[in-house]
Design a protein around this ligand. Structure first.
Ligand SMILES: Nc1ncnc2c1ncn2[C@@H]1O[C@H](COP(=O)(O)OP(=O)(O)O)[C@@H](O)[C@H]1O
Ligand SMILES: [Mg+2]
Length: 1002
């Protein structure tokens, strides 16, 4: 006997269903019944030729696989396989149990089936009235014939649906109307739609007609028209309180707009640290990603398909490019809901697209509660291509109209009270009318929407309320499987959900997990009300169960760790409040949050990483053994993202309570922070770093050793110990590769680059090494290109090929800007300054250096800025503007650290030049000589050459030709050792000038 509740076949003698334990009332034969069902036909195309190609045994194997796959797909979506007719499969959705969304289930099953089977099929789906039961258990009726005809009319790989089916699923699928199908045996032609794909939209039309909002709709239309006409991007933001009608306005707009691809994403109300959820949703809706690897790579990282380091700016750039490319074919509307919950990096991304997008019609349509302005006061401000509207409550006339539409000829007193309490909020009106209808008599009107929703849920049967509570734990969109897993005692999940759908509390929606059905709370406030009604003890249990369920079924989710971590974190927090902490669970929560932080770090999303790590650390009962490592990681993120004083405290604690590798690495980072903050000199920091390195070497952890070595290399560079730095960086590189840590590998590559540029390594060797690096872009991302281009540009300039040097440098700058590494981009201006000094164009050199001098000030940077200032002073002095040069050099000296010898020497040389040009040759020579002595103490070979030439020039002016000649000959020898043709040539030019000039007798 078939169970009427769940459809399980039971032995005829059974009194309770084996599947769901519902009581089985024996009936002689089920009476014949008329029902609306959806019928699916699927047939194999080209089966004859398949038979010719394949060995009969192989063919049998293939066909068996096809039948099994088809059956699985159909049953997963709640359908029943009626019969196999030759190679064709006929299935029915709606027997023995009718679902609210049988039509959509059938279409989903059809698409899944088509994509899953190994052979070519064509499918027809149709909805209509049939007769079932009676003596004949098969369904019969015209609807069945139509489904078969649609299947026969489909081409290979197509899913055709009839007009009734289309009417039921039109909001959930993208489908094209076909020319009428002429069918034999039927008087009129058939209307058929070809399904392109499932869209993410709701599975159902809004029941209530729309009132008002004509003005807002018009301005949306105008914004879209402008975007299309001018092929530009427009940012349209709708602000408004919950329930006021933002989503409805957007639905209404989208329902009548024609000729646009619509992508939808929403920000999650929980789990800060989930940065890209909505972008991932959007990307999955694009039919394909661009072929260009530069675009594809960061997006693949986002989709969890690739594991290389990227940065938020690179991600934003790639997302923009992908949208622009997709919008070339058809205008694009990208809808983001609830962006008040978006992470800063995500909001930056939207603004980046709005600011930078060119040549493609894109409407960015954002919805947010007014809180958005608290986190982003200037949202959309100052942009010509941005519109923000504040959606107010409905005006009294529109509210009246809505109340009347919903309440009909009801009680005028009630209508009056609803209108008064609703304050123009249509959600309030709808829910109040529904509450009144359900209670069927005298009913109090609650004062707020929250109280109203609580009352509405209270009036539900307990079992339905429980289902809603379980669903609310997952969120606004939830999966059937989760609801079932969270309440294993509830045996009628589907009928409860069906009833909640009928009551308009939830709606079928597109699932984000494979082989699942999903629903969406009609409004997030309903979800919140259902969640708020749960006792804390229940929340602990449900969050923990949900985490377990998601771990089992959500393996495909990119942000699995974030979400599972969040639910375990919630369970831990409520348990702590109840005084029943569970350290094992808290530790698991911390581990998942920390795992999520790792991915955030790889994306260069320090904000999210630091948020996730801080939350992991806040779980107070986390096993003490895990704490030091979490502290170390949090501290490391803070070194990059700031604030540095917090980083220092966190790292100190890690060093204190940790041991072994963790403590040693924490100490190394701590020393680095102390140097950065100017709390310790290079000379003090070096031995401490060396000690940490020794210990890590002893402990044998290659990844940690590599990282500590990069920190040591940097301080060695600051100290002018370039041979040491190079050795350190080379070791760091080897270990980082062995440990498979690309971030540290990149840091090592950069250290190696600076070591080679400034030491006696000949330029051709540098070029060779850097050319090799370029081939590693696949593995290391574009940062490695930027790191290699910088030395390559200098090498080209050293050959005298300034055009090539400028080109490479511009390319490196562009990449750094795209990667959002403002510091690096600005620092490269110093390189550009050097380039023009060598090319002999002082005006251009001054322009670059001045831009760097000002740019670094904006970034609050001092270490590099002081050096740039001193160099700028020299360039200004050489152009004869002595007063101005003197003033700049003074500022640079102020900024420079006490042990920043490059700045000190460069400032002395600038002062020497100034003195000499003012006629005080002796003082000039004295200052320049002191400058040279300082750089000679370091291993900065190009400075040995340049400062010799600088001093020689002063000496020539002082008439001390012999001293000058000696210095210049040394400079030429050094420049030739470095194979720096330009510096050698400059040395010779000055030498010729020196030998030609008269000597003043002493
Ligand atoms: N102008 C309107 N006319 C009729 N019903 C509306 C209107 N605006 C909103 N609604 C209904 O009110 C409810 C809440 O609206 P919704 O758009 O979800 O609010 P928001 O997105 O601002 O939170 C929905 O059920 C919606 O259909
Ligand atoms: Mg909404």
């Amino acid at each position: 006997m078939t169970c009427p509740e769940c459809g399980t076949e039971n032995p005829e003698t059974a009194r309770f269903c084996n599947g769901c334990a519902a009581p089985l009332t024996p009936v002689e034969t089920a009476p014949a019944q008329r029902k609306v069902v959806t019928v699916l036909f699927c047939d194999v195309t080209g089966s004859t030729s398949l038979g010719e190609q394949l060995d009969p045994e192989a063919l049998r194997h293939v066909m068996a696989g096809y039948f099994a796959t088809a059956r699985a797909a159909i049953e997963r979506h709640g359908g029943t396989v009626e019969k196999f007719i030759g190679d064709a499969v006929m299935a029915v959705f709606g027997i023995p149990v009718v679902h609210e969304d049988d039509a959509l289930r059938a279409v989903r099953a059809a698409i899944e089936l088509r994509d899953a089977v190994e052979i070519d099929v064509r499918i027809g789906v149709n909805t209509g009235e049939v007769v079932t039961g009676g003596a004949d258990t098969l369904v019969t009726g015209d609807a069945v014939n139509v489904a078969a005809r649609l299947e026969q009319g489909a081409a290979t790989g197509e899913v055709l649906i009839g007009s009734h089916t289309y009417a039921l699923v039109r909001d959930a699928v993208d489908a094209d109307l076909l020319p009428p199908l002429e069918v034999k045996g039927k008087s009129s032609a058939l209307t058929a739609y070809r399904v392109r794909s499932l869209s993410g939209a709701h599975g159902r039309r809004n029941a209530t007609p729309m009132v008002g909002r004509a003005h807002e709709l018009e301005s949306l239309d105008r914004a879209f028209e402008r975007a299309v006409r001018d092929s530009t991007c427009h940012l349209f933001t709708i602000l408004g309180n919950a329930g006021v009608g933002k989503s409805r306005l957007v639905d209404e707009f989208l329902a009548h707009v024609a000729g646009a691809t619509v992508l939808r994403g929403r920000c999650l109300s929980y789990g800060e640290g989930i940065t890209y959820w909505s972008l991932v949703e959007i990307l999955k809706q694009l039919s394909s990603l661009p072929d260009d690897v530069a675009i594809r790579r960061p997006l693949a990282v986002l989709l969890g398909e690739l594991d290389i380091p990227t940065t938020p700016a690179e991600t934003a750039w790639a997302a923009r490019k992908a949208l622009e490319i997709a919008a070339v074919n058809e205008p694009m509307i990208v809808v983001f809901d609830d962006i008040q919950w978006g992470e800063p990096v995500f909001l930056d991304l939207i603004e980046h697209v709005a600011d930078m997008s060119r040549g493609a019609p894109i409407l960015l349509l954002c919805m947010a509660r007014p809180e958005l302005l608290e986190v982003r006061a200037g949202w959309g401000g100052g942009k010509l291509n941005a519109t923000t509207v504040l959606l107010e409550g409905l005006d009294p006339d529109d509210t009246d109209a809505l109340v009347e539409l919903l309440l009909g000829e009801g009680d005028p007193m009630l209508a009056h009270r609803i209108r008064e309490a609703a304050g123009g909020n249509p959600l309030f009106v709808e829910e109040m009318v529904e509450l009144a209808r359900e209670s069927g008599g005298e009913v109090a009107v609650p004062p707020t929407i929250h109280a109203l929703l609580a009352a509405r849920l209270d009036s539900l049967p307990a079992a339905e309320r429980a289902v809603l509570g379980r669903a609310a734990v997952e969120g606004q969109v939830f999966h059937r499987g989760a609801v079932a897993a969270l309440g294993p005692d509830e045996l009628q999940v589907d009928s409860r959900l069906g009833s909640l759908v009928r009551k308009e509390l939830v709606r079928p929606d597109a699932p984000s997990l494979p082989r699942e059905d999903a629903y969406r709370f009609r409004h997030l406030l309903i979800r919140d009300a259902a969640y708020d009604a749960l006792p804390k003890e229940t929340r602990v249990d449900l969050h923990e169960r949900f985490a377990a369920w998601l771990d089992e079924y959500g393996a495909d989710l990119v942000e699995l760790d974030e979400i599972v971590g969040y639910h375990l974190e919630q369970a831990s927090a409520y348990a702590a409040e109840l005084g029943t902490p569970d350290p094992a669970r808290s530790t698991r929560a911390a581990e998942r949050l920390a795992a999520a932080a790792t991915r955030a770090e790889d994306r260069g999303d320090s904000g999210a990483a630091s948020n996730l790590l801080r939350r992991a650390l806040d779980l107070s009962e986390v096993a003490a053994g895990r704490r030091p490592e979490l502290l170390l990681r949090y501290g490391r993120v803070l070194v990059h993202a700031g604030p540095l004083d917090v980083a220092e405290d966190v790292l100190r604690e890690a060093a204190d309570i940790g041991d072994g590798v963790t403590a040693a690495l924490a100490r190394a980072l701590l020393e680095n922070v102390r140097a950065l903050r100017g709390e310790a000199s290079n000379a003090e920091v070096l031995p401490a770093l060396q000690a940490a390195v020794d210990e890590l070497e002893h402990l044998g952890d290659r990844g940690a050793l590599a990282e500590a070595l990069t920190l040591l290399a940097l301080v060695q560079f600051w100290s002018g110990q370039l041979a040491e730095q190079r050795g350190t960086a080379e070791r760091a590189l080897t270990y980082a590769r062995e440990a498979g840590n690309p971030t540290v590998e990149l840091a090592a590559i950069r250290e190696l680059g600076t070591a080679m540029i400034w030491s006696d390594t000949p330029w051709p060797e540098i070029e060779r090494v850097c050319q090799e690096r370029l081939s590693e872009v696949e593995r290391l991302g574009s940062r490695v290109v930027a790191a290699a281009l910088d030395p390559l540009s200098r090498a080209a300039a050293a050959r005298g090929d300034f055009d090539e040097g400028r080109r490479l440098l511009a390319e490196a700058t562009r990449i750094n800007e795209e990667l959002g590494i403002a510091m690096a981009a600005t620092t490269l201006l110093m390189e550009a300054g050097y380039m023009e000094i060598h090319a002999g164009d002082l005006v251009a050199a001054e322009r670059h250096l001045r831009a760097g001098w000002e740019g670094l000030a904006r970034l609050n940077e001092e270490g590099i800025r002081s050096t740039v200032g001193a160099l700028l002073a020299e360039v200004v002095a050489r152009q004869g503007r002595l007063e101005e040069a003197e003033q700049i050099v003074g500022e640079a000296e102020q900024l420079g650290a006490d042990d920043d010898f490059v700045t000190i020497a460069q400032a002395l040389l600038a002062r020497g030049l100034i003195a000499s040009k003012r006629g005080d040759h002796d003082r000039g020579a004295e200052l320049a000589r002191r400058a040279l002595a300082i750089v000679d103490d370091s291993e900065y070979l190009p400075l040995h050459v340049e400062f010799r030439i600088g001093l020689a020039e002063v000496l020539v002016d002082a008439g001390r030709r012999d001293d000058a000649e000696r210095l210049l000959r040394e400079a030429i020898v050094l420049a030739e050792a470095k194979e720096d043709l330009v510096l050698a040539r400059r040395g010779r030019t000055v030498l010729e000038h020196a030998t030609a000039s008269p000597t003043t007798p002493d």
